[in-house]
Design a protein around this ligand. Sequence first.
Ligand SMILES: O=P(O)(O)OC[C@H]1O[C@H](O[C@H]2O[C@H](CO)[C@@H](O)[C@H](O)[C@H]2O)[C@H](O)[C@@H](O)[C@@H]1O
Ligand SMILES: O=c1ccn([C@@H]2O[C@H](COP(=O)(O)OP(=O)(O)O)[C@@H](O)[C@H]2O)c(=O)[nH]1
Ligand SMILES: [Mg+2]
Length: 725
Amino acid sequence: MSKTIIAANRLPVKIVNDTGEFKLHTSEGGLATGLGSIYKSKDNVWIGWPGLEVEGEEQQQKITEELREQNLLPVFLDKDEITRFYEGFSNEVLWPVFHYYASTYAHYEQQNWECYKEVNQKFCDQILKIAQPGDMVWVHDYQLLLLPKMIRDAQRDISIGFFLHIPFPSHEMFRLIPWRKQLLEGMLGADLIGFHTFDDVRHFLSSVTRVLALQTSANVITNNRRVVVAESFPMGIDDKKYASLATDAAVKKEVAAICKTFNRQKLILSIDRLDYSKGILQRLRAFEQLLISHPELLTHITFYMIVVPSRDQVAQYKELRDQIDKKVGNINARYRTLEWSPIQYFYRSFPIETLSALYSAADVCLVTPMRDGMNLVSKEYVASRVNNDGVLILSEMAGASKELIDAIIVNPNNEYEVSEAMFVALNMPLAEQKRRMTLMRNNVGKFNIGHWVKIFKERLDEVKQMQRSLLTRHVQNGTRQSIINRYRKTEKRLVFLDYDGTLVDFAPSAEEAKPDKDLFDLLEALSADEKNDVVIISGRKHENLEKWFGHLPINLVAEHGAWLKHVGKHWHKLGGMSSTWKTEISPILETFVDRTPGTFIEEKTFSLAWHYRQSQSGLGEMRANELMNTLKYLVADKGLQLLPGNKVVEVKNMEINKGKAALTFSENEDYDLIIAFGDDYTDEDIFKSLPDNAVTIKVGSNISAAKFYLHNPAEVRGLLHSFVV
Ligand SMILES: O=P(O)(O)OC[C@H]1O[C@H](O[C@H]2O[C@H](CO)[C@@H](O)[C@H](O)[C@H]2O)[C@H](O)[C@@H](O)[C@@H]1O
Ligand SMILES: O=c1ccn([C@@H]2O[C@H](COP(=O)(O)OP(=O)(O)O)[C@@H](O)[C@H]2O)c(=O)[nH]1
Ligand SMILES: [Mg+2]
C-alpha cells in the first residue's frame, strides 16, 4: 500500500513550552487544513520541525511518540540550526531575494549555507527511513529547496512533488545567490514543481535555462534525461469554513460588539504577519494621506490593523516593528480626538473566530504587500462576505491579484493611489460592491484548498505516467535486443537517417556540425550490406549533402524532400515548385535579422530558413513566435508552410515534406524492415508516413509519433554500430 509523505519546515501543530512542560496546539493554518485530509489518513505522514527547540533525547522521544498518534514525525533542530538554517539562510537569503529585497536585506554566509544543506539532509534521512517504492513525497516551500534532489539521489521509485509558497523571482534576482545552481538542481529533483502564479513559472523556467542551460519545451524541462514539469497551482482556502464561521452565533455576537464599539464608523481592516514584504509602513503612509486629502473622513473611519509577531529573532524584523510602533503613534497622536483614534493597532495573533468577526465587520479589507506569493487573508475576507458586500483593495504584487481581478487593484508603491483606492472603496455603491464580490466569491469557492490538493496530486500522477511511458519507450535492454534480432533476421531493409540532431549533435553553425570519421565508417558499413537501402533525409541543402555523402552508395534527400538523389543516379528536384515568393518573404525575414543579433537567413532552392541558435536566450524564441504570427496569413495565401525546427523557422512550399519523400522509397519495394531515426518536428512526417510495422525512433524527449526513443546521436550511432558488427 503506497503512502503520501508531506515534508514542510513546520508541522501542522505547534508545540508550546508551558513552564517546562511541552504541550501540543493544533494549527489553523491553511496548509494544515488543506493537507489534513491527506496526512491524517492511513499510513500517511507529515514530517516537519515542531517549531521550538526541544533539548534532551528523553524529551524528544516523548514528543515523537505523542506526535506519532497524529501521523506526525518531528525533525528536531538545535539552537545553531535554528539560527543558521531557519533564520540565517531561509529568512536572510531566500526570503529577501525571492521577495526582491536582495540588496537591502540579503546576507550571504557560507556557514549558513552549509547548515541549510545539513538540515535538508536531516529531513531527507527521516524520509528515507519510512519511504517505500511507490510512495509519494510532497515537499513544501523555500526552506527545503534541496530536499527533492536528495530524495531522488537515493534512487527509490518515489514520486516527488514540490510546491513553492513564495514568489519565484526574476532570473536577474535569483542569479545573485552564490549557490543558485545547487538550489535549482535541488528543486529539479522533483517530478512536478508547483508555483502560485504563471509569472513564477516563467521566472523559474528562465532561471533553469540561463543558470543551468537545460533544455525546456514549453513548461517541460529535461534534466538528466528525466522530464520535470513546472506549472502554476494557485493555492486556495477552506472557503466553507470561513462562510460558516460568518454565520456562527458566537462570531455574530463578536461582530455586533465590534459594530457597537465603532458606532457608525466605517472599518478598514488589515491583517498580516510582521514582514517588510507586507508593505505595512507604506500602507500607514497611504492611510495618513487619506486623512490629509479627505479631512471630512476624520472621526468617521477606523483603520483596524493587526500585525502578527513573526521571526522576531531576525534583526530586520525587530527594527520594522519599532518603525511601525512609531508611525502608528505619530498618526494617532496627530489626528486623534478624545473619543476617536484613527488606528487601532494590535501586535499579536487572534483566534480564528475573532478574525472571522473582523472580516464580517470590515467595510474594506486593505491588502497591500510589496510582494506576496499568494496572500490568503484576501481570500479569507472574500469567503467571509456571505452577503456579497464589502470591498477588497489588493496589491498587484500579491499572487492573489491574478485571480481576484474584481478587487480594486493597486500598486502598493503608489501611496497616493492606495489612499484614493480607500476613498473609492469607502464610497462604493452597494450594487457595485455586490457585483465585484459575487465574482470573487465564485473564484474563491471553485479554486479552494481541496481543489488545489486534488489537481496537484492528479498532475503529479500524470507526470509520472508520462515519464514511465518515455522510459518504457526508450530503446534499452529488451527492446534494443529485439530490434537488433529483427534486423538480423530480415533480408530487405530500408533505413531512414535524419542528419542534424540525429547522426550529429547540434553546433553553433551548420558548417561546424560536419560528419566525423566514426560516422563515415558507420555509414560505409551500413550501406555496404546489400540487404540495406540507406537514405539520409535532411533539411539541408543538396550541395551540402553531396559534398559530404555523394561518394557513398546512399540515397540522399535534401531540403526536406525538394531534392532527391538515388544511389548511382543524379540529383533531381521536385517539379512544379515555385520560388518567386522569396522576394516577398525575404525582406520580412531581414527585418527579424536586423532586430535580433546573432540570427541569420539560410537560403535554399525552395525555402528560406531563419536561424536563431546564437541569439540571446529567450529572445530568439520570442522572435520566432512573433515571426510565425507575422507570416501566418501570408504563407497560407501563397501555398507555403511554416516549419518550426530546432532553433530555426523555415518557410517552404506546402507540398514539400519529409513524409512524402519517405513514401517514395517505402512504397516502391517490398521491405521486410523499415527503420527511421529523427529528432525534429519535421521528422514526425516520416514517422507518420511509414507502415505500422516500421521501427520509428525519436531522438530527445519531445512528444512524438515515433514508437521508441533514444536520448542523443551517440545512442543512435551505438544502435547502428550493433547492426553492423
Ligand atoms: O533535417 P536535418 O538533417 O535534421 O536538418 C535540419 C536543419 O539542420 C541545419 O540546422 C540545424 O543544425 C545546425 C548545426 O548543428 C544548427 O546550427 C542549427 O541551429 C540547426 O537548426 C541546417 O542549417 C538546416 O538547413 C536544416 O534544415
Ligand atoms: O492572528 C492571526 C492572524 C492571521 N492568521 C492567519 O495567517 C495567515 C496568513 O497568510 P497569508 O497568506 O495572508 O500570509 P503569510 O503569513 O503566509 O505571508 C492567514 O490564513 C490568516 O488567517 C492567523 O492565523 N492568526
Ligand atoms: Mg534533425
